[in-house]
Design a protein around this ligand. Structure first.
Ligand code: PLP
Length: 371
């Protein structure tokens, strides 16, 4: 072969890429363990898995001779009706995507030209800098302060500087610090005319009372992102949705990939909404286990857990124990898979997803064995 392969655009060739979680089977193989003996606590999935009623809906769908062989509904009519029931908002304010990730990307591309600004408050979800890179956006980072609390004053100053030409991305509860965005900061930014993309991927674990959804009627600059990956236990099917002003939703529907929601995700999403009351028992259990794990971590010398409104806990690791990465590696050796970060703000931290209630003792025992 003499010819060169086509070259990707220069700014893309230079990117470090997103650091995704390694699949469970691969992590277990590296540890020399059976995946069934491991605790997968690295991606904040629902530890109880897909609800049996959702599984049954998928299996019923497979019996339909048309399932999977014809294209899905590009307007997502039934799914948006189910989401309307779930959120209490009109379907004209809802659009679904192949995970919240797709909608974050789509919305940024739809709203911002290359070179425009995206404001984020690290440490936060690694997808935001990745999308800024891929879409050639200027990333303005307002680093969080003590205990990873938002720096209100600095954020408001940047919001004023950027004006309507940029998008502010905030996460509530934040991944990885677990705290909610204070309502007054959000209202202040919106009142100043900012476009705010509020990522509520974990809102079910904080409770809908903590959602900013009510503000959608007041401020057309607010866009809320949600996902089925965390509460509904269907991360592998890829389903998320955005809530926004009907004009923006209409435009997003126009520019999205027409068949972005596959039929399995559509069936599972509708079924999950229909049995949301039963799934909320799993969510309640995760919240109780989160509080138990927090108390247990507080008792361990050298570990400093942060309070969390989510389904994970960020843990500060004392240098006497090692770096976050070192503790992560030791835990991986005993089949406990957690999350660490390249971000220099997080080298002495480790994030642990909340396990099932019956797995908590195994987690604390294995943690004790490597300290
Ligand atoms: C804050 C946040 N937003 C969005 C996502 C991605 O959600 P989805 O699986 O729907 O793409 C994640 C996943 O980890 C997340 O932590």
């Amino acid at each position: 072969m003499t010819s060169q392969p086509p070259q990707v655009r220069r700014h893309l060739a230079q990117l470090p890429g997103y650091a995704p979680v390694v699949p469970l089977a691969e992590r277990a193989r590296r540890a020399g363990l059976d995946p069934e003996d491991c605790l997968k606590l690295d991606a904040n999935e629902n530890p109880y898995g897909m609800h049996p009623k959702v599984r049954a809906a998928l299996s019923d769908a497979l019996a339909d001779p048309h399932f999977g062989s014809i294209y899905p509904d590009p307007n997502q009519t039934e799914l948006r009706a189910a989401l309307s029931h779930y959120t209490g908002l009109d379907p004209s304010m809802i659009v679904a995507g192949a995970g919240a990730d797709e909608l974050l990307d789509l919305t940024l591309r739809a709203l911002l030209q290359p070179g425009a600004s995206i404001v984020s408050c690290p440490p936060s979800f690694g997808m935001y800098p990745f999308l800024a890179d891929v879409n050639e956006l200027k990333l303005i980072e307002v680093v969080r302060g003590d205990g990873f609390a938002l720096d209100r004053e600095a954020l408001l100053t940047v919001v004023d500087d950027v004006g309507a030409a940029g998008v502010v991305v905030l996460t509530s509860p934040n991944n990885p610090s677990g705290d909610l965005v204070p309502g007054d900061v959000l209202c202040e930014m919106l009142a100043r005319g900012a476009t705010v993309m509020l990522d509520e991927a974990y809102i079910e674990f904080a409770g809908f009372d903590a959602s900013a959804q009510e503000l959608l009627n007041e401020y057309s600059g607010l866009i809320i992102m949600r996902t089925f990956s965390k509460w509904a236990g269907i991360a592998g099917l890829r389903l998320g949705y955005a809530l926004a002003h009907p004009d923006l939703v209409a435009d997003l529907i126009k520019v999205k990939q027409p068949y972005n929601i596959n039929q399995a995700a559509e069936v599972a999403g509708i079924a999950a909404v229909e049995c949301a009351d039963e799934i909320s028992e799993q969510i309640e259990s995760v919240r109780r286990t989160r509080n138990d794990l927090y108390d247990a971590l507080l008792e361990i010398e050298g570990l400093s857990p942060l309070p969390s409104d989510s389904n994970f806990i960020l843990v500060g690791v004392d240098p006497g124990i090692g770096t976050g990465q070192e503790l992560h590696d030791r835990l991986a050796g005993v089949g406990v898979f957690t999350r660490t970060y390249r971000d220099p703000l997080l080298t002495s931290h480790l994030r642990i997803s909340i396990p099932r209630a019956d797995q908590l003792d195994t987690l604390t025992e294995r943690l004790g064995s490597v300290l």
